[in-house]
Write a protein that binds this ligand. Structure first.
Ligand SMILES: Nc1ncnc2c1ncn2[C@@H]1O[C@H](COP(=O)(O)OP(=O)(O)OP(=O)(O)O)[C@@H](O)[C@H]1O
Ligand SMILES: [Mg+2]
Length: 447
């Protein structure tokens, strides 16, 4: 794989020839829509050093647009108009920031309608040496399972291959053998749920290049290759659902969803403290903690009253006592799902929590207490360019879509990127300048 995410975003300013085009990731979430634009470039440096070698592909963030969304419930569109409007707003903002107009996007899909299962396929090797066509054929064979008419296959993710009697092979190309078997993880989605998502994007003037499982996208931006190899579970704690993906030995081994999210925490607070949802959301973000014992028992906070009643002071401890059982239940359900997959002993690097709701104070500590394995918070790290604007767990999905877009560029697109030199565009210059300003202030602050 030649994809590499630039850490500097300064390709052209270093004098390396850059050949650029843009990719876009659209995350239509239950609480917000975010659209991230990335500039993809091929570095010619590696080719100068080793002619014929595959070029290194970098993607730098050049634009981000976000808009609140009220048109989704637990990952499913319930209001096409509101969702379309939110997409259009996020698009406009991202295009303005980047100076690029986008036509097509990769979209993340998640929620309750997603189902997954394992399958196997087997083919005979034609010339006694495995070629990429044999991989395609064996995956096709594994895919040949009956899927109900109201569902669509979203991904067929190879877990491992078996060549004759040798199991545990991850890259069989070039190996000799006569019988190739594949063990794959198949992810399916509700047809109408997908159609409605596509409809909203198209109504906002965007062409859909591909649909990607939300937690798969998130994992691509927050998880390192080492963690994938050692085994890890990524949990995207969103507003409506918690979406889980488990990697074992570098491949996706399991995916699932828990139908609880940050909105349930907010509802509990609104009910428990008798305050409007907007105020409950505010106090949750500012003063919330998953473990009530961690907060000072005398600290007070102000919450708004309902129906025109005056704001009143409540103990912060009381707020956290409302949050604690919900946090415990949610993490308990997540841990139950991970255990149910039977892969707990194979996730050596632990759990990575991402998505907006993982920002709740005390959640990591509670997660470690419940699971007894390491838990960390995941922010999009594997990016270059305007990294600061996306460095938050709620952008993990949209940024991960860019990684997915680069990984799934066609051979022709890669070729074109390398073969057609383009002048540094407006945004390229902008990101170069943004980086210089950042470096200047960074240097000034560090000195
Ligand atoms: N600091 C914080 N503390 C606690 N919760 C937070 C914090 N910041 C954001 N959240 C919660 O995160 C949730 C939104 O997360 P995110 O943006 O990842 O969801 P989404 O993508 O819109 O939803 P979904 O993925 O479920 O469709 C909201 O419920 C919000 O209240
Ligand atoms: Mg989300």
């Amino acid at each position: 794989m030649t994809t590499k995410i630039s850490k500097t975003g300064q390709g052209s300013s270093k004098g390396i020839t850059k050949k650029q085009h843009v990719v876009a990731g659209l995350d239509i979430g239950t609480t917000k829509v975010s659209l991230v634009i990335g500039a993809v470039s091929a570095s010619t440096q590696i080719q100068l050093a080793a002619p014929g070698a595959a070029p290194e592909i970098n993607v730098d963030i050049v634009g981000l647009g976000t808009a609140p969304n009220t048109g989704l419930r637990q990952g499913v569109v319930v209001n096409v108009e509101a969702t379309t409007e939110a997409i259009a707003k996020a698009r406009e903002e991202a295009e303005l920031m980047s100076g690029h107009e986008i036509e097509e996007v990769y979209i993340a899909v998640g929620g309750n309608h997603i189902k997954s299962f394992d399958s196997r396929g087997m083919v005979a090797i034609r010339n006694k040496e495995v070629k990429s066509e044999d991989i395609d054929r064996v995956i096709e064979a594994a895919k040949a399972v009956a899927v109900p008419a109201d569902r669509e296959v979203l991904h067929v993710l190879p877990r491992e291959f078996k060549l004759d009697d040798q199991a545990g092979i991850f890259d069989p190309i070039g190996m000799s053998g006569v019988r190739l078997e594949a063990n794959v993880h198949i992810v399916t989605a509700g047809k109408t749920a997908l159609q409605n998502i596509v409809k909203c994007a198209e109504k906002a003037g965007l062409k859909v290049r591909g649909l990607v499982l939300q937690q798969l996208a998130s994992s691509l931006s927050v998880l390192s290759d080492d963690e994938k190899k050692l085994g890890a579970a990524v949990v995207d704690l969103g507003g409506g659902t918690c979406d889980i993906i488990t990697y074992v030995a570098g491949s996706v081994a399991h995916t699932s969803t828990v139908p609880v999210g940050g909105q349930h925490f907010t509802q509990d607070i609104a009910m428990g403290l008798r305050t409007p949802q907007t105020s409950a959301e505010k106090v949750k973000k500012k003063h919330g903690c998953a473990i009530a014992d961690l907060v000072d028992e005398n600290e007070t906070i102000e919450v708004e009253g309902v129906g025109g009643r005056k704001p009143r002071a409540v103990l912060r401890r009381d707020l956290c006592e409302v949050i604690e059982p919900r946090a415990e239940e949610t993490l308990g359900l997540i841990w139950h799902e991970i255990r149910k997959s039977g892969l707990v002993n194979q996730i050596g690097s632990g759990i990575v929590l991402t998505g907006g709701a993982c920002q709740l104070e005390g959640l990591l500590e509670m997660g470690e207490f419940i699971s007894d394995i390491p838990v960390r918070r995941g922010v999009p790290e594997q990016v270059g360019g305007l990294t600061d604007v996306v460095r938050s767990p709620e952008h993990a999905t949209a940024v991960g879509l860019l990684n997915y877009a680069v990984d799934n560029m066609t051979a022709q697109e890669r070729q074109r990127l390398v073969a057609t030199p383009v002048e540094a565009g407006v945004s390229d210059v902008m990101s170069g300048w943004a980086q210089k300003v950042k470096d200047f202030f960074g240097g000034a602050l560090n000195s």
